[in-house]
Write a protein that binds this ligand. Structure first.
Ligand code: PBG
Length: 329
């Protein structure tokens, strides 16, 4: 008999002894079916402009968007989230272009639904890509005014639904916008268009590369009067509960990796599906470290996405969606 001081009965390592056993014990599944690919669409016939701080990501013209969406779908990624890059000449204070039925975003949605009817298409509802002020809402005397913005957002959502979006995704953080958008969609007959609400979206430095991609940085001030303070956790529940009460179909936490506690809280508090957004800065950090040979990109991508799922996210928006799916195949 071994010395009883060393006679351990409980040995968790038994369950990790072989790959087969580890597979049986695995608590969290991560498949391409859980991923949503964000895409930046720009005008042009054959345009493909690299985004400096997001190596491997591009501003793409329609043809390339359809091509990439087809690849993603073929690899098992069921959805894309679209962000339009507009010329400054199309931007104004009221984001007027967002309602244009023949505008860039609306044309892209139609083209995707024609080419790939089974793909889920998600559109972003916020004024920043269309706004000469670069804010998600209407700026009046230096203030981002809430209620007038919500009226514009509701019209924007209806235009996107008319183009065929499966889900509209308000990323603006105005108060009451989910309720108004639901009302406007229903009032226009779009009862089946869902709302993916960016419910707990933080005022984060991790959005830097995205604002470069869209050239959408605020022309003055910051977004702290509408996006949440990164120090707050309970407030996320308040935001989420309001969106649930207003008719959201899915609630989202953004960014993801630095906010796993928030994802876990939200998942514990709602019955709705929970989404998380692995944002541009999270992507950039991994890419930069990998380019230096400091991290193994594939493993870090799988690990971070698994962690986000483990925290409670049902679905994840990630610029790595195709890379991850490709690696599995
Ligand atoms: C703005 C919007 C942002 C992102 C998605 N929608 C940036 C912001 O709030 O300034 C960020 C996405 C990312 O960083 O990947 N409506």
């Amino acid at each position: 008999m071994p010395d009883t001081r060393y006679h351990l009965r409980d040995r968790p390592r038994r369950n990790r002894r072989t790959a087969a056993l580890r597979g049986l014990m695995r608590e969290t599944e991560l498949s391409p079916a859980h991923l949503i690919l964000p895409l930046f669409v720009t005008e042009g016939e054959d345009t493909r402009i690299p985004i400096g701080a997001m190596p491997g990501c591009y501003r793409l013209s329609l043809k390339h968007i359809v091509h990439l969406a087809r690849e993603a779908y073929g690899l098992g990624v069921p959805a894309v989230a679209l962000f339009p890059v507009l010329a400054d000449s199309l931007k104004d204070k009221y984001a007027t272009e967002c309602k244009n039925p023949d505008g860039l975003l609306q044309r892209t949605v139609k083209a995707l639904k024609d080419a790939l009817p089974a793909l889920a298409v998600i559109t972003d509802v916020a004024m920043d890509p269309y706004s000469s002020d670069g804010h998600d809402g209407l700026v009046k005397d230096g203030e981002i005014v809430n209620d007038e913005t919500v009226e514009i957002l509701a019209e924007m959502a209806v235009a996107q639904a008319a183009a065929g979006a499966d889900l509209v995704a308000p990323s603006d953080m105005m108060d009451g916008r989910v309720g108004k958008i639901r009302e406007a969609l229903d009032g226009n007959g779009f009862i089946n268009t869902g709302i993916l609400a960016y419910s707990a979206k933080y005022a984060s430095a991790f959005y830097g590369p995205f604002r470069e991609a869209l050239d959408s940085a605020p022309r003055s001030g910051d977004k702290k009067t509408y996006q949440m303070d990164p120090a707050n956790r309970r407030e996320a529940i308040r935001e989420v509960m309001l969106d649930v009460a207003e008719g959201a179909d899915i609630v989202m936490v953004k960014p993801a990796l630095a906010y796993l506690d928030v994802i876990a809280d939200v998942a514990a508090n709602v019955d709705l599906p929970v989404a998380a957004y692995q944002v541009s800065g999270e992507y950039a950090m991994i890419k930069a470290a990998a380019a230096n040979g400091w991290l193994d990109e594939d493993r870090v991508v799988a690990e971070t996405l698994t962690a986000i799922r483990r925290a409670g996210a049902d679905m994840i928006l990630t610029y790595f969606a195709i890379d991850y799916a490709r690696r599995l195949h």
